[in-house]
Write a protein of this length. Structure first.
Length: 363
């Protein structure tokens, strides 16, 4: 289990990560999702112990990384972004080298290296130099380096970046299999990837966590209305008046008129209305034959964009409010100073003389 408690990473006055907390359970695949520069890689580097947080604590299986770094690092396999590999080594030589770094016992090394090469689909290229491999195979080699030593936790930074569609599918399937025996955190800015692989999503932007939930819950959370595609045979053009009978109905949009006289629409209602039930009930009663009906669903991409936009709007409003507050305070201070100046200017020389005389007498 990984526990991240109130970690912050500052570079000068810049917050790369700003007071974030989250947990990852054993054998859970968690996606760290955010745009470039959101703080994903910085957080991963802090979990691996590569960089230290400015503030906060990180625990891996109950051990605090700042107090027991070596014990924690032995439990973590890290696949960095952009696959930094020793190009002149063969695949087997590289994995052997990583096994030595992780202090795999000599008598167990060959067996463990063979197992990892098999797991990652590298047996057929094990004698090839890394520089001669395709990008997809290089990603596999980097993953093999992370897997050797059988760490409990795998941290994968943008594991499919730069791959073609076939390679992406292969790596995704491999990560799913690894999630059965390892705790996996992977970062990505590819929304479909996170949605397909991960059980839980952590959305981060500008160093702050915006949401932690399952992809399904995030999609449902930001669903504001129901929409369905429906193809109908409506010879008497009754659809308009029928749709008006549906409580909470919002919009009817014609998508296509087919050559056989049927029509396809998108029907939209408020979130609380089950359009499918209403359509199946009302359409046949009004001589509208339903030929096809399917729902449209909000995607993780929609949820992500709504979260980012909502947070940026909130921050902008906060900044504007702060500006107005400061401007008001500044105006008040200026008015106060002006009033003081006017009072001073109104004093006659005679009055000032009397005041000075009075002050002198008190002394």
């Amino acid at each position: 289990m990984i526990e991240v408690k109130n970690i912050t990473k500052k570079y000068g006055n810049f917050f790369a990560v700003n007071d974030i907390s989250f947990e990852v359970k054993d054998n859970e695949i968690v996606g760290f999702l955010g745009p470039n520069g959101a703080g994903k890689s910085t957080t991963m580097n802090m979990i691996t112990g590569y960089i230290e947080p400015t503030e906060g604590k990180i625990f891996v299986n109950g051990k605090e990384i700042s107090k027991e770094p070596n014990k924690v690092k032995r439990q973590i396999g890290y696949m960095p972004e952009n696959t930094p590999l020793y190009q002149e080594l063969t695949v087997r030589e590289f994995v052997n080298y990583m096994a030595d770094l992780k202090r795999v016992k000599r008598k167990e090394k060959k067996e463990k290296v063979d197992k990892v090469l098999e797991q990652t689909g590298l047996k057929e290229v094990e004698k090839k130099q890394i520089r001669k491999l395709s990008r997809g195979y290089k990603q596999r080699v980097s993953l093999a380096g992370a897997l050797i030593g059988n760490p409990e936790v795998l941290i994968l930074d943008e594991p499919t970046v730069g791959l073609d569609p076939k390679q992406i599918t292969e790596i995704r399937e491999l990560i799913k299999k690894l999630g059965k025996k390892h705790t996996v955190i992977l970062s990505s800015h590819i929304l479909s990837e996170v949605s397909q692989i991960c059980e839980k999503v952590i959305i981060i932007n500008k160093g702050k966590i915006l949401a932690v939930d399952t992809p399904e819950n995030l999609e449902e959370q930001f669903k504001e209305e129901n929409s369905i595609y429906v193809t109908v045979e409506d010879k008497k053009n009754n659809i308009k008046k029928v749709c008006e009978k549906i409580k909470g109905f919002k919009e009817r949009k014609l998508i296509k008129e087919n050559s056989d006289g049927t029509k396809q629409y998108i029907l939209t209602s408020s979130k609380k209305v089950d359009l499918r039930k209403e359509v199946f009930d009302l359409f046949p009663k009004n001589n509208i034959n339903i030929l096809e009906l399917k729902t449209t669903e909000i995607t993780l991409e929609d949820a992500f964009l709504k979260l980012i936009n909502a947070k940026e709007k909130e921050m902008k409003e906060k900044e504007e409010k702060e500006k107005k507050k400061n401007a008001k305070a500044s105006k008040k201070e200026t008015t106060k100073n002006n009033n003081k100046q006017k009072v001073t200017e109104k004093k006659t020389p005679k009055k000032e003389k009397e005041e000075n005389k009075s002050k002198g007498g008190k002394k």
